[in-house]
Write a protein that binds this ligand. Structure first.
Ligand code: NAD
Ligand code: MLT
Length: 308
């Protein structure tokens, strides 16, 4: 049995896979190239770069498992894989701290205009008045999606003395109480929050969960953060609210189309952006690579996977 790794994966994960199976690494393949190759492999290991389409799955006659070294499986046609009896696993815990820390870094960068001030001073300007910020202390942070990352963000935001209000239909009142988080509806959060951050998967229910209507309800001067998936916040609605001045700033790590080179959001001075860096820490990449390697090895040896 052979394993194909089609996105960059930490050396620690590759070494682990190699202890048990033959491993080929081929990154940057087109859909056709991957479809041609995949028939030789029993396992495919990916990150976010590979789109595992139906065409690829249709050609995957020996594939037993697709391992996603990360959380989101939205780049895998899970229905087609399941129909063909291919197990899809992810590594949901390895990058949650990194993604939460990135979100907090975005909140602080937004509140103090750090990226803009850095650019300004490096271009030999001394613009102290222009970059007046706001404190986060005592402000309300609205969290949409109180799962692994949303929870870690809430805990860290409370450490900054923010009050956290969250919407997550699958989280119990008891769990929210334990975290010191108030549960509320999306619309109530839009009305109350000074900062709004989304941490849901991208699904039919969450696509555009923050849309024109929701922006309409927000307080003037609200700041919005998306380190989850492009499309949870409607980008066109965000653009409108930036233009009207309702939104004082946005921090985006993810976009509907990545890389977002033609995205008008990149033109706004009060929008700060990072190229999908939420999980890009040494620690997270080692964690997810090892975790996915263990899952793949277990399944290929006839055992179970934890994170299907
Ligand atoms: P998770 O599954 O632990 O949590 C997601 C939460 O969203 C769950 O609690 C779930 O109940 C909730 N949810 C589902 N549908 C909802 C809805 N309609 N309304 C409100 N809440 C809803 O996932 P996670 O690990 O916390 O990841 C959150 C997001 O962050 C995912 O989209 C993931 O792909 C993304 N992510 C991004 C990066 C990055 O590099 N930027 C890194 C890691 C994860
Ligand atoms: C994830 O879903 O884990 C993140 O988007 C990070 C990544 O793509 O590696």
């Amino acid at each position: 049995m052979k394993i194909l790794v089609s996105d960059p994966l930490s050396e620690e994960g590759i070494e682990k896979l190699k202890e048990s199976f033959e491993v080929d690494i081929a990154t940057g393949l087109s859909e056709d190239e991957l479809a041609q190759k995949i028939g030789d492999y029993s396992a495919l290991v990916i990150r976010s770069g590979t789109n595992v389409t139906k065409k690829i799955i249709d050609s995957a006659d020996n594939l037993k498992i697709i391992g996603r070294a990360g959380v989101g499986v939205d780049n895998i046609n899970v229905d087609a894989a399941t129909e063909k009896g291919i197990i899809v696993v992810n590594a949901p815990e390895g990058n949650m701290i990194s993604a939460a820390e990135h979100t907090i870094a975005m909140i602080m960068s937004l509140s103090r205009n750090i990226p803009q001030a850095n650019m300004s001073l490096k271009s030999k300007k001394w613009e102290r008045k222009k970059f007046m910020g706001v404190e986060v202390n005592g402000k309300i942070l609205g969290v949409i999606g109180l799962g692994r990352i949303g929870t870690e963000v809430a805990i860290r935001a409370q450490g900054l003395e923010m009050r956290v209000v969250a919407y997550d239909p699958y989280i119990s009142e008891e769990r929210a109480n334990e975290l010191g988080v108030e549960l509320s509806s999306v619309h109530e959060i839009m009305k109350k929050a000074d900062f709004i951050t989304v941490h849901t998967p991208l699904t039919k229910e969450t696509r555009n969960i923050i849309d024109y209507e929701e922006f309409g309800l927000m307080k003037n001067g609200v700041r919005v953060i998306n380190c989850a998936r492009g499309g949870i916040i409607n980008e066109a609605a965000l653009i409108d609210s930036l233009k009207s001045g309702k939104v004082a700033g946005a921090a985006l790590d993810v976009f509907v189309n990545e890389p977002p080179f033609d995205n008008p959001l990149l033109e706004f001075e009060n929008v700060i952006v990072t190229p999908h860096l939420g999980a890009s820490t040494e620690e997270a990449q080692i964690n997810v690579a090892i975790s996915i390697a263990e899952e793949v090895i277990s399944v290929l040896k006839g055992g179970f996977a934890k994170n299907t």
